[in-house]
Ligand binder design. Structure first.
Ligand code: HEC
Length: 150
């Protein structure tokens, strides 16, 4: 009993430590691009679609609404630089969506869409130097959310 409580405490500390460490300060996850897609999860932890939706709205994170119409009626402004994303989960695979999120420029080098999991981009804020816009798990969360848009 005592032993398992100790284990639980140690686990709790590890989890809290991972969170306070800061999403963008983590080491880059290794990933493999296969035919212009990323089949494997960046983290091995299933994405959380509800959190992905929040990231899509958040102007300091995904800010997807700046360029895409999405089925998020509580937000008024939706840009139209990119295509509407309603239905995108129906005609895209998870591997395709993950590639688009990690680095849309692999799919189209002239795209306006930011590469959300890439360092060393042009015109980034100083505070983003050497960091990615989203963490690996945030990418997984957004992919999980996009897959719900059928
Ligand atoms: C600065 C504008 C911009 C932002 C911000 C942006 N995108 Fe895009 N996105 C585009 C454009 C433009 C395209 C069209 C394809 C291209 O340019 O290659 C696109 C294409 C896509 C596609 C493919 C759509 C299809 O029909 O296959 C998906 C999925 C997507 N974006 C998701 C997102 C998500 C999710 C976010 C937020 C995390 C986001 N985008 C943020 C501009 C943007």
């Amino acid at each position: 009993m005592k032993h398992s409580k100790l284990l639980a405490t140690a686990f709790g500390v590890a989890v809290a430590g991972a969170i306070s460490f800061g999403a963008q300060a983590e080491e880059m996850a290794a990933f493999e691009i296969v035919d212009g897609t990323i089949p494997q999860s960046l983290t091995g932890t299933p994405g959380d679609p509800a959190n992905g939706r929040k990231i899509a709205i958040n102007r300091k994170k995904g800010n997807c609404l700046a360029c895409h119409v999405m089925p998020i009626p509580e937000e008024q402004f939706h840009g139209e630089t990119g295509p509407a994303l309603d239905g995108v989960g129906g005609y895209s695979t998870e591997a395709e969506l993950r590639m688009r999120m990690v680095d849309a420029k692999v799919i189209n080098e002239d795209t306006m869409m930011p590469s959300f999991y890439k360092t060393g981009q042009h015109m980034v804020l100083k505070s983003f130097e050497g960091k990615t816009i989203l963490s690996a798990q945030e990418v997984e969360d957004v992919v999980a959310y996009l897959l719900t848009l059928k």
